[in-house]
Design a protein around this ligand. Structure first.
Ligand code: GUN
Length: 290
């Protein structure tokens, strides 16, 4: 059997287009564009690429993009002062601080400083708590995008066995919460889990978010399972290559022979993250303009 390839790129393009229409309607009504501020500290090349893509996508969706690129040795106090300014700036509806931050900065304290109604990344304690309580609020972009792909593929998730591999604040934990809210039966597995392949083999839905290249193999999967691969790992360059290949946490070639449907890397979950960020920003803008 060959799995259906879940086209996150196409789905994300559709979502970005719908958000673009909502953003035009917003600016006609509010007399200003919805605005997203992205804060980047330091010069990590991958983060620079992400931030650049976010800025372009924001402008393409008829919103205003404010990029704040700070030196790698920026102090905690200066960073918090910027967050305070953005919190109080009426042209800014959403604030995203690109993670990870350099080691000398207290990441949680920085994220906690963002006012909850501008927390488009869904990472503040208020957003995290609301998600845990099953209340409306901002939901982290990658897990929400993954849930959208799952619902598009499967319809109802009720009663399905879902295994989330990874327990990060950014993906694993909120993903488990969203699956639970959709009435799936959820297991969170992680680096200390015993008999991981056996646990994954019980899953109708597998979400892999561990950051281990091609870890999930063919014989870990139940026939027909739906596989969401959140990993983005760059392999060491093979001979003759200048850059290594990008691969997920799932061995795509092997898994495709067993799974019912699977997201590719790249072109699966990745494009959904930015599309959902724009969606969260327009939702925040409507709330903020009140
Ligand atoms: N770094 C990698 N992914 C993300 C994300 O979704 N949000 C933030 N803030 N930083 C990230």
């Amino acid at each position: 059997m060959s799995a259906t390839r879940i086209d996150g790129k196409a789905f994300a393009a559709g979502l970005r287009e719908r958000v673009g229409v909502l953003a035009e309607e917003f600016s006609a009504k509010a007399g200003r564009k919805a605005g997203l501020a992205v804060v980047l500290v330091g010069d990590d090349p991958a983060s620079q690429v992400y931030v650049g893509s976010k800025g372009k996508a924001t402008v393409a969706a008829n919103m205003a993009s404010f990029e704040h690129k700070l030196a790698g040795d920026t102090s905690q106090a200066d960073l918090l002062a910027l967050i305070d300014r953005l919190n109080g700036d009426d042209s800014v509806d959403g604030i995203l601080v690109q993670l990870p931050l350099p080691d000398h900065l207290d990441e949680q304290a920085v994220v906690d400083r963002i006012v909850p109604n501008k927390d488009v990344d869904g990472l503040t304690p208020v957003s995290t708590g609301r998600l845990a309580l099953g209340l409306n609020g901002m939901v982290p972009c990658t897990p929400l995008g993954s849930l959208m792909l799952l619902k598009d593929q499967l319809g109802s998730l009720e009663g399905l066995n879902a295994v989330v591999i990874g327990r990060s604040i950014l993906v694993g934990k909120p993903m488990a919460q969203l699956l639970l809210d959709a009435n799936a039966t959820v297991t969170i597995a992680h680096s200390r889990t015993k008999d991981l392949p056996e646990i994954v083999r019980r899953a109708d839905i597998v979400v892999a978010a561990v950051g281990r290249p091609e870890m999930v193999k063919r014989d870990w999967l139940k026939e027909g399972a739906t596989v969401i691969d959140v990993g983005i790992n760059r392999l060491a360059p093979a001979e003759g290559e200048t850059k290594g290949r990008l691969v997920g946490d799932v061995d795509f070639g092997e898994a495709s022979e067993v799974a019912g449907a699977i997201t590719p890397v790249p072109g699966g979950v990745g494009p959904m993250t930015i599309a959902v960020l724009l969606r969260n920003t327009i939702v925040a803008a409507h709330h903020n303009a009140g």
